[in-house]
Design a protein around this ligand. Structure first.
Ligand code: F2R
Ligand code: MG
Length: 307
């Protein structure tokens, strides 16, 4: 099992969660049918969560780490507006395409506060899985990947939290030792500083025995599309359902809110532990997910050279 194998499994978990979660914005899709083994008919198109995660994975496959200028170029090159991007992300990626430096665009967003949206967290689990066994590197690389679009500290810490959780999940798989839910969240907390994201994870740790509905009520379900409204619940799901991918996705669907993103985050972390084969992601779900793009590395390199 290589770092890229772990990364690839996590990307499958992220993209299936994203694509299936996005189906629950479609009227008529129902949790009951999903639980009965009758998920929506395919294909399930993936959204911005997967599109941006693919750029991060291409960066890891090609170079083994994050070069921020190159990552910004990849994000801009592969930006397809119909994939359901956040409003601030649409503005920022168009600016980068027009030649504005990513650091200037990210710093100017939301009247100079920077985005505290959940977009840096939604795409980063495969990076964490890639660094399984080295949580500190996962945290630093996640930080670098986040800064390209999200200048607000809460959004950056959201990405750090998800990457560390995925790194720990991947390491637990390699060492065949499932962490207790509290242990997983403690590892995440050790890499954060005080703030709303940190407070949300502390609360998630206190709520490990409650129902999905209560957890979502207390932690948020992503309906504000903000990092601290999304990441604590998604990691609560991952920590409590680390060995059961379908149960993790069901929990995200049951909670409602920003389902594609809570399921992308939880799915990316859980699949780093379960793998994407038997006992991990259901084969039927993988088959219904829109295929992932295959040409990312080449197209981005050409676009970046041509600037
Ligand atoms: N856009 C969505 N979901 C909305 C509906 C999707 C549905 N499928 C449909 O088509 O109807 N999802 C995507 O956006 C989230 C990722 O967002 P990202 O990349 O962080 O973007 P952005 O725009 O920077 O932030 C998101 C929103 O958060 C609020 N916000 C951010 N920073 C703020 C600040 N400093 N002050 C105030 N508000 C701030 C804004 O409302 C932003 O638009 C993922 O869920 C992805 O799937
Ligand atoms: Mg999305």
């Amino acid at each position: 099992m290589t770092s890229l194998d772990l990364c690839s499994d996590s990307l499958d978990g992220l993209s299936v969660g994203d694509a299936l979660g996005a189906q629950f914005f479609v009227p008529g899709s129902g949790l009951a049918a999903l639980l009965d083994g009758d998920p929506p008919a395919g294909p399930w198109p993936w959204t911005d969560d997967t599109e941006m995660a693919c750029s991060i994975v291409a960066e890891l496959r090609g170079h083994g780490g994050i070069d921020q200028d190159r990552l910004a170029a990849r994000f801009a090159e592969h930006f397809e507006p119909y994939r359901g991007y956040g409003a601030g992300a649409v503005v920022l990626l168009r600016q980068v395409r027009q030649g504005v430096a990513w650091r200037d665009a990210a710093g100017a967003a939301f009247d100079g506060q920077g985005s505290m949206g959940n977009g840096a967290a939604m795409r980063v689990a495969p990076l964490g899985a890639f660094h399984a066994g080295n949580n500190r590197t996962a945290a630093l690389q996640a930080w670098r990947s986040a800064e390209v679009t999200h200048a607000h500290p809460e959004a950056i810490l959201g990405a750090v939290a998800v990457a560390v959780a995925a790194a720990e999940a991947g390491w637990s798989r390699l060492t065949r030792s499932r962490p207790e839910p509290a242990e997983l969240l403690d590892v995440v907390l050790a890499h954060l500083v005080d703030g709303r994201l940190h407070a949300g994870i502390v609360l998630a740790r206190r709520l490990l025995g409650v129902s999905v509905a209560e957890a979502a009520y207390e932690l948020g379900n992503g309906s504000q599309v903000l990092a601290f409204d999304t990441v604590p619940f998604a990691l609560w799901v991952a920590a409590t359902r680390l060995d059961d991918y379908p149960a993790a996705i069901h929990a995200c669907v049951e909670a409602g809110g920003d389902v594609d993103t809570t399921a992308a985050i939880a799915g990316g972390v859980v699949a780093a532990y379960t793998g994407s084969g038997p006992g991990g992601i259901p084969a039927q779900w993988l088959a219904r997910r829109e295929p992932l793009p295959t040409t990312y590395a080449d197209k981005s390199a050409a676009w970046s050279r041509g600037r």
